[in-house]
Design a protein around this ligand. Structure first.
Ligand SMILES: [Zn+2]
Length: 356
């Protein structure tokens, strides 16, 4: 038997405010994606069949982080981390695009679904089970489990728990269920090194310090991923601006419209804002919403009263509009949904609209 070096893994935690779980008036922790039901007696969902398309709740603007827990042992990751995972851990995850709830608007997040699972705990024998499918009717992690692993050794870097837990001690349907996800200690420390924020190693993990082998692996991994170590905010280059101008047929480079903008909002117009000001009225902006947004003349643009002032410049017939943040040099693009009255970040930079 060959001695395969074992990889140390820990469960992870992240912010309580989740992207695919919301609190409703009736029930806390409701998944916004609907799972297939696998048993018609206890209504237990098919937890291994991830819904597709996969939605993210409205009003979840998590800029500045790149990795989050998703429902049932999956992860949300940025495009940079997807590239890194594909290089360092091929075939350990499958990836799905994500969309803003009930729309076809893509978000910047990938859903990463770990391919490998582990039994990280076992429900006690005295917990009642469904007579038809044998799933426990509840599985509280503290009191109803025989054992529970916070960390272990295995041959992969990304693994999710096969088993599930619920917070209610009598009926999982009262809240919702969860599954743990485990990352290798070396990956957790690599994420720290490359400033990919969003998750934490379980506070009770025994694996707090890196071994020499893990340190060496991290150094090697950083060499392998090269430029991806840098969390470079998208560079605003002459080319990307030129591409934007061509895409929206901006021919006027005049200062008139930018001056009108500056006078109206008392905000100085940066390079990108100047170009937005020079988009011709009536230009259609299509972001995958039901209907395109129409750019209005600057006299009809509106400013929000939010802390970071956003400027609405393109509108549809239903009361939804597109906004940009003029004080951020990348000019991120937001969508206002008139039904929910929430603003959603849809592009880190308005320049990304030209990437299809
Ligand atoms: Zn059942």
């Amino acid at each position: 038997m060959t001695d395969i070096p074992k990889i140390r893994l820990s469960s992870i935690t992240c912010s309580d405010r989740r992207m695919d779980i919301v609190d409703t008036n009736i029930i806390l922790d409701t998944p916004i994606n609907k799972y297939e039901i696998s048993c018609n007696a206890c209504h237990f969902p098919n937890i291994d069949k991830t819904p597709n398309p996969y939605y993210i709740a409205k009003g979840r603007d998590f800029s500045g982080i790149e990795i989050m827990e998703a429902d049932l042992g999956n992860l949300f990751i940025s495009n940079r981390l997807k590239k890194i995972f594909e290089i360092l851990f091929p075939n350990q995850c499958t990836y799905e695009k994500t969309f803003i709830d009930k729309t076809e608007i893509p978000t910047k997040w990938w859903l990463a679904i770990p391919s490998h699972t582990i039994i990280s705990g076992e429900v006690k024998d005295n917990v009642k089970r469904c007579e038809k499918c044998n799933q426990p009717l509840h599985a509280h992690p503290g009191t109803q489990y025989k054992f529970w692993l916070d960390d272990f050794e295995a041959s992969f870097d990304i693994i999710k728990a096969e088993n599930w837990i619920c917070t209610d001690s009598y009926d999982w349907k009262k809240t919702w269920i969860g599954r743990d996800v485990y990352l290798s200690v070396r990956l957790i420390f690599l994420l720290k090194k490359i400033s990919a924020k969003g998750i934490y190693q379980n506070a009770f993990s025994k694996f707090k310090k890196l071994t020499k082998t893990e340190k060496d692996w991290i150094e090697q991994a950083m060499e392998t991923i090269g430029g991806l170590c840098q969390n470079a905010k998208k560079e605003i280059t002459k080319e990307t601006i030129e591409k934007f101008k061509r895409f929206y047929s901006i021919t006027d480079n005049g200062e008139l419209a930018p001056a009108q903008f500056e006078k109206k909002f008392k905000i100085s117009a940066n390079e990108i804002v100047k170009n937005i000001c020079n988009i011709k009225c009536e230009t259609e902006i299509n972001i995958g919403f039901e209907s395109p947004f129409i750019v209005e003349p600057i006299e009809n643009w509106k400013s929000t009263k939010t802390k970071a002032r956003l400027i609405a410049f393109a509108f549809d017939d239903f009361g939804n509009h597109l906004l940009f943040n003029p004080k951020d040099k990348n000019c991120p693009l937001y969508l206002y949904d008139h039904e929910t009255m929430l603003y959603d970040l849809i592009q880190e930079s308005i320049l990304n609209l030209t990437e299809k």
